[in-house]
Design a protein around this ligand. Structure first.
Ligand SMILES: [Zn+2]
Length: 329
């Protein structure tokens, strides 16, 4: 009998990251291709199908794919597989599960990307020995996935985990959601870049401007590069973002008392000044019992947290359930 294999897809606004895996989670092949979201829903679906065919071809395995799971950057109904809204893809009410099942002729499961990153770290990464973990991703936006009591917590209408829209400053900067002073508007990569541009507008931020090569090219990455080169203003921006992040995380720790807080996403690569400011606020603002318990760690799977979560969901949904239960306790 052919070995059962699964496919995990991490669908992002810019890249489609796809892997073929054994039921143990071992990856046999992986491929990353541009999403080309501007091409529309049908185009992106064809690109997903192409990436699946590609990993099949690459692995040369004679196993049989029993199903697929996709992580989507947006709000959705996981059982119906309908993506309500995915701003980075420009999607509204897309019946992704049905469309992909038709195109690929195999069962498909769908979930939110931050939820799957939490699941990936829980099953295969930093959270293998705990049952209460919060995964937080800091990149263009800030999102989170919650594993509580060993289960993915989705809330009453699958909207839980929107840590990025926790209000921290009533009069703060405007957020994409329309509100003011959300964590995302204060500590995301976008927020760091915005602070740098504001400095440049005031005739400051020279070091960052030079490294970026122009005001319109300033990103969180240019801020973090300038900080690594010792630029004071860049260091100040990272520390400010880190403080807001620490305040947001302290709220989460006090509310949920998790054993582990896993941090992923590109902006967390900014390094020490961000982490130190964040840890300082966590230390100051969390209650003793929760602080003693919680560990704060970078994502063990790095860029693969979401991908491995999709693999885990595919195994849980379509494979023999036992494989995922074998995680070390
Ligand atoms: Zn918001």
């Amino acid at each position: 009998m052919a070995e059962s294999l699964v496919v995990g897809v991490d669908l992002g606004g810019t890249k489609i990251y796809t892997a073929l895996a054994r039921e143990t989670g071992e990856l046999l092949a992986e491929v990353k291709i541009p999403t080309e979201a501007a091409g529309g829903v049908e185009h992106v679906l064809r690109r997903i199908v192409r990436s699946v065919r590609e990993v099949e071809k690459q692995s040369g395995s004679c196993g049989k794919i029993v199903g697929l799971a996709v992580g989507v950057p947006g709000t959705l109904h996981p059982f119906q597989g309908i993506v309500y809204q995915a701003p980075n893809l420009g999607w509204l009410d897309v019946p992704l599960k049905g469309l992909l099942e038709e195109a690929l002729q195999m069962p498909v499961a769908v979930d939110n990307d931050a939820n799957l990153a939490a699941l990936g770290e829980y099953v295969f990464g930093a959270g293998q020995r705990v049952d209460d973990l919060v995964y937080v991703t800091v990149s263009t936006g800030i999102g989170s996935g919650l594993i509580l009591g060993g289960k993915l917590y989705t809330g009453a209408s699958f909207g839980a985990g929107e840590i990025g829209h926790m209000t921290l400053d009533r009069e703060g900067p405007l957020c994409n959601c329309g509100n003011r002073g959300c964590l995302e508007a204060l500590a995301s990569g976008t927020a760091m870049a915005r602070l740098a541009v504001e400095l440049v507008d005031q005739g400051r931020g020279e070091g960052i401007l030079r490294l970026a090569g122009g005001k319109d090219k300033i990103t969180a990455e240019s801020v973090s590069r300038a900080a690594k080169a010792g630029d004071e203003e860049a260091l100040m921006i990272l520390a400010a973002a880190g403080r807001w992040l620490g305040i947001g995380l302290a709220n989460v720790i006090n509310l949920l008392n998790p054993a582990l807080l896993v941090l992923g996403g590109g902006a967390m690569q900014a390094g020490k000044p961000l982490w130190e400011a964040m840890e300082d606020e966590i230390e100051k603002r969390t209650l003793r019992a929760a602080r003693r318990q919680v560990q704060v760690a970078p994502a063990a799977l790095g860029q693969r947290s979401g991908l491995m979560g999709a693999v885990a969901l595919a195994i849980r949904s379509h494979g023999s359930f036992a494989a995922c239960q074998a995680k070390a306790k």
